[in-house]
Design a protein around this ligand. Structure first.
Ligand code: APR
Ligand code: ZN
Length: 365
């Protein structure tokens, strides 16, 4: 089968013919219908993260069960959305209702470059063992994954939008609902309007937040932000803090969401939040990018700083919920899909993502 493979940091991305193993006990082979390109994929190839190579990119996808290994329950033909943080349901975190922090999840170790052997799966045409992004490697015609990494969803969903449920939408929605618990009438600022930030916007509006101020360095994001439900769009420049304060009676927002993954924007989010407000870090930054905050300011501002890993969600419960809303038309993810493209065009879409163009580019098969 064909997959988008990174051979090393900075190396040109290529679609390669690769071999996957047959699904073993508890595993499924999934035929991918659609897979989104997320900034975390870009971070795996531009040197921000240091994963092991050769690496099949992609971790946000919808597909259909093509072959079921021994001991699995999902039937062939079942539509699924992939989950990059399958919970073991047995570790301390899972038993304490924090499945997104499951100790068995190898994603944090992979990001640090400590690839767990279980994440190596398949091989290149010339016989080199392949690694798969976040245990999935979904920018590919097929994946072989543990059954827990496949969440059953209703049939008939639009594949490109369904794919986004597995990362950007679950992350953004969960950050609003689970991590920050935004209430109707609260004010929100969102910094960084890629797939993740736009999903935060959509969820914040759905929660009844107002104003919802969208912030980006790219003027081109204005239209996308307003389409996704922002009440205001502001450029990330020197006047940002003042402009946000002007919209919140001088206080700053109840909730600031950082959806870029950089220390500088975490600093901005911190300054946009009111005294006693909450800063939710949704972006995944680099390990050497340090945030600096004054101890006095931490004390007097009385703000909360929290990160939202995978939207502090339980994908097994929340992906089907979101899928039902998508099917019913109460969740409209069309503003998130900038375009669909063939796998061969994925390298060019990575370049567009790096330039900050569009919301989500989605490969369809
Ligand atoms: N201030 C404001 N916006 C910025 C800045 C900045 N200094 N720098 C970049 N941006 C904007 C870009 O213009 C772009 O619109 O942030 C957005 C990032 O969007 P994407 O690259 O599409 O990223 P996305 O896939 O949404 O992921 C965002 O979440 O999951 C993590 O690893 C992911 O850290 C990444 C973050
Ligand atoms: Zn992602």
């Amino acid at each position: 089968m064909r997959a988008l493979v990174a051979r090393g940091p900075g190396a040109p991305l290529r679609v390669e013919e690769v071999r996957l193993p047959a699904p073993g006990p508890g595993q499924l082979r999934i035929r991918i219908r659609a897979a989104g390109i997320c900034h975390s994929d870009l971070s795996m190839v531009n040197g921000t993260l240091a994963p092991a190579y050769p690496l099949v990119l992609g971790h946000e996808a919808a597909g259909v069960v093509a072959e079921a290994g021994p001991g699995t329950r999902l039937p062939v033909g079942a539509p699924v959305v992939l989950n990059w943080a399958p919970a073991c349901r047995d570790c301390w975190f899972c038993r304490h209702d924090e499945p997104w922090l499951c100790a068995a999840n190898t994603a944090p170790a992979v990001a640090r470059g400590e690839t767990a052997p279980a994440v190596a799966r398949g091989e290149t045409a010339d016989g080199v063992p392949l690694h798969v992004t976040l245990g999935l490697g979904a920018l590919a015609e097929e994946v072989v994954v543990p059954e827990q990494a496949a969440v059953a969803v209703p049939a008939g969903l639009p594949p490109a939008q369904a794919a986004l449920l597995g990362c950007a939408v679950l992350t953004g929605t969960g950050a609003v609902r689970n991590t920050a618990r935004v209430r109707a009438g609260e004010s929100v600022a969102v910094i960084g309007l890629g797939g993740v930030g736009l999903a935060v916007l959509i969820a914040a509006r759905a929660a009844g937040a107002a104003p919802v101020v969208a912030v980006d360095v790219a003027e081109a994001k204005r239209e996308l932000a307003l389409a996704a439900g922002a009440t205001d769009f502001l450029l990330a420049d020197d006047r940002l803090t003042k402009e946000v304060r002007a919209r919140t009676e001088g206080r700053g927002v109840d909730h600031a969401f950082e959806c870029v993954g950089r220390s500088a924007t975490i600093g901005s989010a911190w300054r946009l939040a009111r005294r006693g407000g909450a800063v939710t870090v949704v972006g995944m930054g680099g390990k050497d990018d340090l945030v600096s905050l004054a101890a006095l300011d931490i004390f007097h501002s009385a703000r909360t700083l929290r990160s939202s890993v995978y939207g502090s969600s339980d994908p097994d419960r929340e992906v089907p919920e979101l899928a039902r809303s998508l099917g019913a038309g109460t969740l409209d993810l069309r503003p998130l899909v900038s375009g669909t493209l063939a796998l061969d065009d994925a390298p060019a879409a990575f370049d567009r993502l790096a330039r900050g163009e569009g919301a989500r580019w989605v490969v369809t098969f």
